[in-house]
Design a protein around this ligand. Structure first.
Ligand code: ACO
Length: 424
């Protein structure tokens, strides 16, 4: 069987053989052979915008691997910082490499005092923490102007370390500010997630912020959210990165993409939906309303790529049990479990291959750990920063051209300018 497709132009009767490369058609070949014939593909439904060796996602079979390692094994045995290293370097670190990496990230957790006092504290008193994070990321570029030297690998590495290290500090700072609490400086004697929990909640006595089970659960959630190949925010990172903007500005654009409810905001919608359902008895009626179209979508169900159980959702269920043992069960859990059971036995959902995604349970865990709902997209952005940066480095190493898609123009044809007095 030849690895090609034959296309016949019925206007001229001419046939052209286009080679298939890695299961698709290479646009460079296409452009040569069929000039001026475009693909019209809004939302990139069938377009691979890049090649990548970072994350493998097989949505039909529910498989997710970072650099070849199954997500289940990483969630079981690894830590977020080790996974961040793996995503960025392509290999798991040796103990020496891991010690250096951990030291470097820990060393860079502090933010410039002006960043906190002049910038973060300049926001309106009830500013949304994700809005603060998006702006703070862009502002960081002004603190580290050398970041513009993106061709220098040592400088690049330093900004990567800074970004991964400072994200939890900025996130906690945003939370403390809008909840009217004093800022807590990083405590670099604590591991990554324990430090974050401390900056978030110390000294609130009703929150178990020092509990290692919660720090480990957060670490697992960070591993699960660290990368997900060409999602909306990573695509934003690559598009902005392709213009050779500095990494802080590109991360700010990626975080902006993550802010939207269709992406980083879905777990918030799940919590709101479960709260609205209110009790297990209301689940069948709610499912009926979803199927009839009057109840909106079943939040936390369905995925553009997964047409099977999201492997991350399975791991999260286990993590939820561990967290609830410490915090007490989130009262919304029973509703969520019932909803999942009803949906997975309903032809409407099974025929459309709609399964729980990562967001179906993550919000419940975050809520049980005392994170306010507004912080959910911020919690997503902290680990995803390592994924964004891995793709940014890959893009630079690939020496990619600037992202610049074509469009199908559907506006007016040429017309004459009319002076304002003559317009009707
Ligand atoms: N509830 C009910 N029906 C659904 C749902 C849902 N959650 N998701 C899809 N469908 C139905 C659609 O109505 C459509 O039915 P139809 O063929 O009868 O018209 C069919 O399933 C296909 O849906 P699409 O919209 O074409 O699927 P798409 O791939 O564009 O959307 C998305 C994927 C946005 C995730 C969608 O499933 C959804 O809105 N889910 C709820 C929100 C959510 O959980 N988002 C988190 C995604 S994960 C992440 O970003 C981290």
């Amino acid at each position: 069987m030849p690895e090609s497709i034959t296309i016949t132009d019925n206007r001229s009767g001419e046939s052209i053989e286009v080679p298939i490369v890695s299961g698709g058609v290479d646009a460079t070949e296409w452009r040569k052979l069929l000039p001026n014939i475009w693909f019209y593909d809004p939302a990139f439904m069938t377009t691979a915008a890049c090649s990548s060796s970072i994350t493998e996602l097989d949505g039909e079979n529910g498989i997710l691997r970072y650099r070849g390692y199954p997500i289940e094994q990483l969630a079981e045995h690894s830590t977020y910082l080790e996974v961040a290293y793996l995503l960025l370097h392509g290999e798991l670190p040796t103990s020496e490499q891991f010690d250096t990496w951990t030291h470097d990230v820990t060393y860079h957790t502090f933010i410039h005092e002006n960043m906190r006092k002049r910038f973060m504290e300049g926001f309106h008193y009830d500013a949304h923490p994700m809005g603060m994070l998006v702006s703070a990321l862009a502002a960081l570029s002004t603190f580290y102007p050398e970041a513009k030297a993106i061709d220098d690998t040592a400088i690049r590495h330093k900004q990567i370390v800074r970004l991964i290290a400072k994200l939890p500090t900025i996130a906690a700072c945003a939370h403390r500010f809008y909840s009217g609490m004093p800022f807590v400086y990083p405590d670099n004697n604590r591991p990554f997630t324990a430090n974050f929990l401390n900056m978030m909640f110390n000294p609130v006595e009703w929150i178990d912020y020092d509990n290692p089970v919660l720090a480990r659960a957060l670490d697992v959630l960070f591993i699960l959210h660290a990368d997900h190949e060409q999602n909306c925010s990573t695509t934003a990172m690559r598009v902005v990165g392709s213009s050779h903007a500095d990494p802080y500005t590109a991360c700010s654009a990626a975080a902006a993409a993550l802010y939207g409810p269709r992406h980083g905001g879905a777990n918030e919608q799940v919590v709101r939906m479960l709260t609205e359902i209110g009790s297990i008895e209301n689940v069948p009626d709610f499912v009926k309303s979803v199927k009839e179209g009057s109840g909106g979508r079943l939040q936390g169900f369905g995925h553009r790529v997964y047409k099977n159980y999201d492997p991350r959702a399975k791991i999260i269920k286990k993590t939820a049990d561990q967290v609830f043992e410490v915090t007490g069960k989130n009262p919304l859990l029973d509703i969520a479990l019932k909803l999942e059971e009803v949906a997975l036995n309903d032809e409407y959902f099974t025929s459309r291959k709609l399964y729980p995604n990562v967001d179906f349970y993550s919000g419940l865990i975050y809520q049980a750990m005392a994170f306010p709902i507004d912080m959910f997209p911020v919690l997503f952005a902290i680990p995803r920063t390592s994924g964004w940066l891995a793709h940014w480095e890959e893009l630079l190493e690939q020496d990619s051209r600037i992202s610049r898609p074509r469009q199908l123009y559907t506006g007016e044809p040429e017309r004459e300018y009319t002076p304002i007095a003559q317009r009707k």
